[in-house]
Design a binder for this molecule. Structure first.
Ligand code: ADP
Length: 425
């Protein structure tokens, strides 16, 4: 019987969370999209349902998230986890607040801790303010995100604008004292009528303490880091018998490709690095805002490349070019155009023998794997923090996939990813 049921608001985030749980020794399976009532419950300690709800209309995001939770509860999960981005990607309309409100209501619970910290990747929360590396969230480049520009680093305020409930803070001073002090702070905030507590965390030890303090809570809301301490608390409670290892994925074969739709600084740097080493194409949607035509050109280019080396196809652009496309088409239509194009490209590449695919960008990953009909992922070894190789047995007779959150990974991520598969042969 699964212990933890997770609803993730995007596909890369889901993989990141599943990766964390696997590294901590919990058997974890990732399902893509709301499971159907008759889908079998996987043999696992944790099940992560990946949704594409981060930027969906609020009602749709809420409906899908509650449907996913219902399935997880019916599967026997005893605690729920709502996985959001470690940069808290959202707008004043949502979707973090409205979805969390709906999940709490469905669980009949009145309080949840909220913490997006992921210290290994430089995301820390201090006095409610989210830092990315050494700068505040709103100076990290996230203020220019095409869909969810983050212009306020104070998460108490950010979440406060999105929820019907009120938001308090468990500050560093309490978190640093450990699980007992955190539990006491939760109780105090609950007594004050707070629905959420933004919880400071600067180190993994803080996240482990928060996990231990949350064992009796129906819902936790956060980044993958917030799950880091959970398997240990399950072991301590006798719920989890032994440590299990990451799945050993089948040997990789077929062509290798990268599809990038993230416009984050990290992804732009990774594309720049790849350009010096492997064939790399950057699409120009401004010159030709037509998904079918853009995809056709990209596929024709791909067909002309040597088959023994990875190729990179990117829509990713600098903030000025993103803004120009959004001005020309409108924000939603611009995002839709790119996602449609990259999904078309992915489908065509897989039809032409690509079996090792890296996708950069959360929304982009959602669009691509939905198109490829992927419904279930086994989690394999980690490439860079938060990004494992995964394997989709039900797509194209077996497909290796790495779904990379835009801002994750070092400059050499793409080449490193494929080298890892080569070495595993
Ligand atoms: P991240 O993980 O960095 O947030 P996402 O894939 O979630 O990346 O989001 C990036 C968004 O930017 C996508 O919706 C994508 O369609 C959009 N996008 C990509 N390239 C461009 C471009 N050249 N102009 C405008 N929008 C773009």
């Amino acid at each position: 019987m699964p212990i933890l049921g997770c609803v993730a608001d995007d596909f890369t985030g889901a993989t990141d969370l599943a990766n964390t749980l696997v590294k901590e020794g919990a058997r974890t399976v990732q399902l893509l999209g709301v499971p159907r009532a008759d889908d079998p419950v996987p043999e696992a300690d944790a099940i992560v349902v990946a949704l594409k709800s981060r930027t969906a209309p609020v009602r749709e995001a809420v409906a899908d998230s509650v449907a996913a939770l219902d399935w997880l509860l019916a599967a026997g999960c005893r605690q729920a986890f709502f996985k959001v981005c470690s940069t808290f990607d959202s707008t004043d309309a949502g979707n973090i607040g409205p979805v969390a409100d709906a999940l709490l209501a469905r669980l009949g619970a009145g309080f949840a801790p909220v913490c997006p910290a992921f210290p290994t990747n430089g995301r820390t929360v201090y006095l409610g303010h989210l830092f990315v590396g050494s700068v505040l969230l709103n100076e990290s480049g996230m203020e220019n995100h095409p869909l969810t520009p983050m212009r306020d680093a104070n998460l108490v305020r950010v979440l406060g604008r999105q929820t019907q409930g009120s938001v308090g803070l468990v500050p560093f001073a309490a978190v640093d004292q450990g699980a007992g002090a955190i539990r006491a702070a939760f109780n105090a905030l609950r007594d004050q009528g707070k629905r959420y507590a933004i919880v400071d965390a600067i180190t993994d030890a803080h996240l482990r303490a928060i996990g231990a303090a949350s064992d009796n809570l129906a819902l936790m809301v956060g980044g993958s880091g917030l799950a880091i301490g959970l398997p240990e608390t399950w072991r301590a409670a006798g719920l989890l018998a032994a440590r299990s290892d990451a799945a050993i994925l089948p040997p990789a074969q077929g062509r290798a490709a990268v599809i990038a739709g993230s416009c984050s600084r990290a992804t732009l740097a990774q594309i720049g690095f790849a350009r010096d080493h492997v064939p790399t194409l950057t699409l120009d949607p401004l010159a030709r805002p037509d998904a079918a035509a853009l995809a056709q050109d990209a596929v024709a280019w791909a067909e002309a490349q040597p088959t023994d080396r990875p190729i990179v196809i990117a829509a990713s652009a600098t903030p000025d070019r993103v803004e120009a496309l959004q001005r020309a088409l409108g924000r939603d239509a611009a995002g839709h155009l790119i996602e449609q194009t990259l999904a078309d490209v992915a489908e065509a590449l897989v039809a032409r023998g690509v079996r090792r695919l890296v996708v950069a960008g959360g929304e982009t990953s959602g669009a691509v794997v939905s198109r490829l009909g992927v419904r279930r992922l086994a989690i394999g070894p980690e490439i860079d923090p938060g990004v494992p190789w995964t394997y989709a047995p039900d797509a194209a007779g077996g497909l290796h996939l790495a779904l990379k959150s835009g801002n994750f990974g070092g400059r050499d991520f793409f080449l490193k990813a494929f080298a890892m598969l080569e070495n595993a042969r």
